[in-house]
Design a protein around this ligand. Structure first.
Ligand code: 2NE
Length: 272
């Protein structure tokens, strides 16, 4: 799929399996182990936004091109004094906006990981709803080695996933972990042989697609609500409003306003 202006993407590949309800977003910089620059993140955000708005899409696979890396984090050659910059003369950390977008997106996002998921790339798989990994996958943070850190979701989501002791180990030591170790730590959902990675991921997507989209939507916001604070509450509260608008009671309020009359809510039960 090209971007919304009809131009082809340069740093990502965006595909949709028509009739399946599955979108696939691939970072396409394998020569850099799929490291992202600001432009890559901008393209990712546009594709995720499209997948959110497309009502035929129910689940999104997020992956990296090739078998050597899911993503190796921020492209260090674009790192300036105050962030990453490619076409601008100021630095950005726009990957943080992408993380928030994935958390708030009301459809499951599944990270499909072959090879390295390290640094900011590791955080990206963590903020996805589930992770299916190939047996060649390697997970880890590198920040403390390269003069960087992600003290936002990179720290708090990890703490939730693997617990405070392991999270400290992973960040303070900046060690790498095999797929089997990551599975044992609760960092990922499943490990499969590399040659079965896509097949297994699609199997998971199809299983999700058989279930109620609204139930999944509300559950995703519920599972993130506490950790995301006011923003998490807003997401689940928005789901409540969305459902309420579809009721006769909700419609009575709107109709009475449009018909210039007093609303009549008398027939609606005060449920216990
Ligand atoms: C990923 C890893 C372990 C792979 O090692 P290997 O041996 O398989 O590949 P190699 O030769 O290191 O990499 C292949 C090419 O990709 C480039 C390399 O420089 C190399 O280029 P050439 O020498 O062939 O020209 N490359 C790989 N990762 C890159 C990167 N992140 N930026 C720029 N070029 C990269 C190994 O490559 C590795 O350790 N990579 C660096 C991982 C890293 O430290 N990432 C940044 C963490 S900080 C971050 O992402 C971040 C944050 O902390 C907070 C907010 C936002 C972002």
């Amino acid at each position: 799929v090209p971007d919304e202006t009809g131009k082809p993407y340069t740093d990502i590949i965006y595909e949709k399996a028509v009739g399946e309800g599955i979108a696939k977003i691939t970072i396409n910089r394998p020569e850099r182990r799929n490291a992202f620059r600001p432009h890559t993140v901008k393209e990712l955000m546009r594709a995720f936004n499209d997948a959110r708005d497309d009502t035929t899409i129910g689940v999104i696979i997020f992956t990296g091109k090739g078998t050597q890396a899911f993503c190796s984090g921020g492209d260090q050659s674009f790192r300036g004094k105050n962030g990453y910059s490619d076409y601008d003369d100021f630095g950005r950390l726009n990957v943080l906006d992408l993380q928030v977008q994935i958390r708030r997106l009301p459809k499951p996002v599944i990270a499909m990981v072959a090879g390295y998921a390290v640094g900011g790339g590791h955080v990206l798989h963590m903020v996805c709803d589930m992770t299916i990994a190939a047996d060649n996958a390697v997970f880890g943070q590198t920040g403390p080695k390269v003069g960087s850190f992600d003290a936002g979701y990179g720290a708090s989501v990890m703490d939730r996933l693997i617990g405070p002791k392991k999270a400290r180990e992973m960040w303070f030591m900046a060690r790498f972990y095999t797929a089997a170790e990551a599975d044992k730590m609760g960092l990922i959902n499943k490990v499969v042989p590399l040659e079965h990675l896509e097949e297994e991921t699609i199997k998971w997507c199809r299983e999700i697609m058989r279930n109620s989209p609204m139930a999944i939507r509300v559950l995703k916001s519920a599972l993130n609500a506490v950790d995301d604070g006011h923003s998490g509450l807003q997401q689940i509260a928005g789901d409540g409003t969305l459902l309420f608008y579809g009721t006769e009671e909700g419609a009575e309020g709107k109709n009475s306003y449009l018909q210039h009359r007093k609303p009549d809510f008398s027939k609606f039960p005060r449920l216990p």
